[in-house]
Design a protein around this ligand. Structure first.
Ligand SMILES: Cc1cc2nc3c(=O)[nH]c(=O)nc-3n(C[C@H](O)[C@H](O)[C@H](O)COP(=O)(O)OP(=O)(O)OC[C@H]3O[C@@H](n4cnc5c(N)ncnc54)[C@H](O)[C@@H]3O)c2cc1C
Length: 357
């Protein structure tokens, strides 16, 4: 008989899970009170990369996922993802040479460009540096649109989508048997918690203590502009990308400043930085800003794995990069019962999550 699964949360991670599980022949119910494509996923830069926060095991998962994005795009050209490359003139205070020295021995294609070549590659960039790094294999995805795409694919593969709110897990002894929702109790062989920053609360109902943080991230969005930049670009105080519809999304480091207390003034600062960073014939027009919370386990790394029989957790920052890998590899783990080497370092056991259930 087909294994039954409940996926709680239809952001980019839960929707990728639902699709892969349905494709693998599982009976899938995807539960979310909203059909918008995820809270964090709807407020994300969507830069796919393998340089962020990187010991080698994390690099390996990120790189695997980037290759999955490329493969998915080749099969589904309508997927809102493109491999547009990145230009780094700076990297969150880490010297570019360190980024280069750490990653190129692993085969990551980073290369140096001088000021002149940089101007040729991105002529509208008003940044004065002697050298920069480019990485042609990094990309850019619209995470909420990708979530909606994955959800549709899941439904086409036989998954059910239930617009409801999950409240707490159902247990029989030490086994998690499903979820209590606003619309009644749902039972399943495996319940997958993919509820972003809310995953900790749901895990708590299973007696699992999952240490999560939710750092805020402010992004501004412009109205459509003529093509100004083609890559994702990181400068000293701004990261930005231009979408195919011409809108530019940009965020930045506030040096520890609490932007969540005053996002309006943070947005004004970001827009001013953007205007000073790009040479545009027509002035850029501000559209709006979003303040998202990044679902971030306490040690910064994803939590992916089963902490108790019948339960599986998928919560992470960098979910835009990681969704295709997590969908595929976690589905493998759930359907075979075997741990996958690429996911092993991310198992929830590292937090000794088991509580007093
Ligand atoms: C500002 C910002 C910039 C970012 N930039 C990048 C980037 O450049 N590259 C990158 O890789 N990552 C980036 N990220 C991180 C990435 O966007 C997230 O890791 C990813 O979107 C998480 O997806 P998710 O599906 O886990 O969570 P979400 O998108 O938050 O989805 C969770 C879903 O669970 C649902 N839910 C919650 N509670 C319940 C419940 N009780 N019952 C049922 N459903 C429930 C919610 O409605 C929601 O739809 C960024 C995030 C932010 C905020």
């Amino acid at each position: 008989m087909a294994q039954s699964t409940l996926v709680i949360g239809a952001g980019i991670i839960g929707s990728a899970m639902a699709w892969h599980l349905a494709e693998a022949g599982c009976k899938v119910t995807l539960v979310d009170p909203s059909d918008a494509g995820g809270e964090a996923s709807g407020r994300s830069l969507g830069w796919t990369n393998a340089t962020y926060e990187n010991p080698r095991f994390y690099y390996a998962l990120r790189r695997f996922s980037m290759e999955r994005w490329d493969a998915l795009k080749a099969t589904y050209p309508e997927l809102p993802y493109r491999r547009n490359g990145t230009l780094y003139t700076s990297f969150y205070g880490i010297p570019l040479k360190t980024v280069y020295d750490e990653h190129t021995p692993w085969g990551y294609p980073l290369s140096w460009v001088g000021a002149e070549q940089m101007q040729k590659l991105e002529p509208n960039l008003a940044v004065n540096v002697d050298e920069a790094l480019i990485c042609p294999v990094e990309g850019h995805v619209a995470p909420h649109k990708a979530a909606i795409f994955f959800r549709q694919m899941a439904i086409s593969a036989g998954a059910k989508f239930l617009r409801s709110n999950a409240r707490s897990v159902l247990c029989k002894g030490n086994v998690i048997t499903g979820m209590r929702t606003d619309d009644g109790d749902l039972t399943a062989d495996t319940t997958i918690l993919a509820a972003g920053v809310h995953t900790g609360t749901l895990a708590k109902s299973a007696g699992i203590d999952l240490p999560l943080t939710a750092p805020p991230g402010l992004l501004i969005h412009t109205k459509p502009a003529p093509p100004l930049i083609s890559r994702t670009i990181l400068t000293e105080n701004l990261h930005m990308a231009q979408w195919p519809d011409g809108t530019i999304t940009a965020g930045g480091d506030f040096g520890g400043g609490a932007v969540n207390d005053d996002p309006d003034s943070g947005a004004r600062i970001l827009f001013e930085r953007l205007q000073n960073t790009l040479k545009a014939d027509k002035p850029l027009e501000y559209a709006d800003h979003t303040l998202g919370l990044r679902p971030t386990p306490k040690d910064g790394f994803p939590v992916i794995g089963s902490p108790a029989k019948g339960l599986y957790l998928t919560v992470m920052h960098s979910g835009a990069t990681l969704a295709p890998a997590v969908g595929a590899l976690a589905t493998d783990e759930i359907t075979t019962g075997q741990r996958h080497a690429l996911l092993d370092p991310f198992h929830p056991d590292r937090f000794h999550t088991q509580g007093d259930r």
